[in-house]
Design a protein around this ligand. Structure first.
Ligand code: SF4
Length: 425
């Protein structure tokens, strides 16, 4: 049996909250993006706070040439006593002269650069005009504008804008091409590539393993989102005439089946070929999940808004592991992209969008769920109150997509529950 998902959004009540938020900013995305594109460099134009965040989130890369840095804005910059553009040009020139291997430079905006209205898109254009053989782009990772995973969205949108279009009137413009969009660990990308190859379906990934390996994007592009937080990137693709394949996200045995099936249907792959290609992986995923179902079945789970992965993960826990969802919070609900997920969640599940952290914590305390999935800053206080927690950030840093990772994904939720049970004995 596969998950059947309607392609149109299903209207349902959503609790919308605006208040104090407890999430990382979009700079955090650099931690996984710099690993995905080793020939790219991320230059944050920010403060010492930004530098500390990156350093502690990414750790110190011993024995490796760093692929990110912070151009620190000093008081004289913020007070307008120095020409920030001249200073930025000098920093970039020094960096590129010293590191000729950089193929794409991202100038990454932060809260301070936004507050003083430093025009990074224009700076990128100016610097690009002085350099050939390197692409210079900009995006914002500021905490004023973005949460956590939106940094990846802003980065990929900038990259997509710089990708070539499909040449009109050529054969290439007529032949549909499948593109998986969203940064995936290489190991997961390889697994998906093999599954698509077994169906006879060529696929490319965006971003690729090199920042210069950009696909042509045009009306022949059929794209499948691998992550639910890529609203701006999907918009850039659609503006070029590319067509999004609507599907649940590839978490768990059924979610992965439905995601692959949506692509197979879009390319008219024979159902028998499709089933043959996915059967072994799907069976392995189901067997891996069995081990954790006993631990997760009937457990009451509360998702605080953090990464925008909350809805697909909640659906996975409810439909494949038998968990009960108390509330599923998400920083932003992209109704069109998440329509297949919403259709699979029970009507009784409370969904909230945005955050008013104190009110949400009140609801957590009142419900006393078995497990609360939340940011690092909230986990310790809740643990001190006797509530088990799961750090949401782990779900972004760990490979969790696809059949082979389904068991690991369930394990990430089952482990804190097991630890709680052991402490109670
Ligand atoms: Fe803090 Fe803003 Fe810098 Fe992020 S971008 S580290 S929120 S100052």
């Amino acid at each position: 049996m596969t998950v059947a998902a309607p392609l149109v959004p299903t209207p349902r009540p959503v609790l919308r909250e605006r208040g104090q938020r407890e999430v990382f900013c979009g700079l955090t995305g650099i931690v996984w993006l710099h690993r995905k594109m080793p020939d790219a460099f991320f230059l944050v134009v920010g403060s010492r706070t930004c530098a500390h965040l990156l350093q502690s989130a990414a750790g110190v890369m011993i024995f490796a040439e760093p692929r990110f840095a912070t151009a620190i804005m000093e008081e004289k910059d913020l007070a307008g006593l120095a020409d920030m553009n001249d200073e930025l040009d000098a920093v970039v020139t020094r960096l590129l002269d010293r590191r000729p291997g950089i193929r794409t430079l991202f100038l990454v905006g932060s809260c301070p650069s936004e507050v003083i209205k430093l025009d990074l898109p224009r700076a990128a254009q100016r610097l690009q005009a002085q350099r050939s053989g390197i692409r210079i782009l900009s995006y914002s990772g500021s905490g004023i504008e973005t949460t956590f995973t939106e940094g990846e969205d802003a980065c990929l949108a900038a990259l997509a804008r710089s990708a070539p279009g499909t040449p009109a009137g050529t054969d290439a413009a007529l032949i549909p091409e499948l593109l998986v969009v969203g940064a995936l660990p290489d190991i997961v990308e390889d697994q998906f590539e093999r599954l698509f190859a077994d169906m006879g379906l060529p696929v490319r990934f965006f971003p690729g393993r090199s920042s210069t390996d950009l696909p042509a994007i045009g009306p022949n592009t059929r794209f499948l989102l691998a992550q639910p937080f890529l609203g701006e990137t999907a918009g850039v693709f659609e503006d070029r005439g590319a067509v999004r394949i609507s599907a649940p996200f590839p978490f768990g045995a059924e979610g992965t089946t439905a995601w692959l099936e949506a692509a197979a249907d879009a390319f008219a792959i024979d159902p028998l070929t499709f089933r043959r290609a996915i059967a072994p992986g799907r069976e392995r995923a189901k067997r891996a999940l069995e081990r954790h179902r006993e631990q997760l079945a009937g457990k009451r789970i509360f998702f605080m808004p953090d990464s925008q992965l909350e809805l697909p993960l909640a659906r996975f826990l409810a439909t494949e592991c038998g968990a009960e969802l108390v509330e599923v919070g998400t920083p932003y609900l992209h109704a069109r992209h998440l329509a297949p997920e919403l259709a699979l969640l029970g009507d009784d599940v409370v969904i909230s969008e945005g955050q008013d952290v104190e009110r949400q914590l009140d609801r957590v305390r009142a419900a006393r769920p078995d497990l609360t999935v939340c940011g690092l800053g909230l986990a310790n206080p809740l643990e001190a109150e006797g509530l088990s927690t799961k750090w949401a950030i782990e779900l972004v840093f760990t490979p969790i997509h696809g059949f082979e990772q389904a068991g690991d994904l369930a394990e990430l939720f089952a482990r804190p529950l097991r630890r709680r049970d052991m402490l109670r004995i």
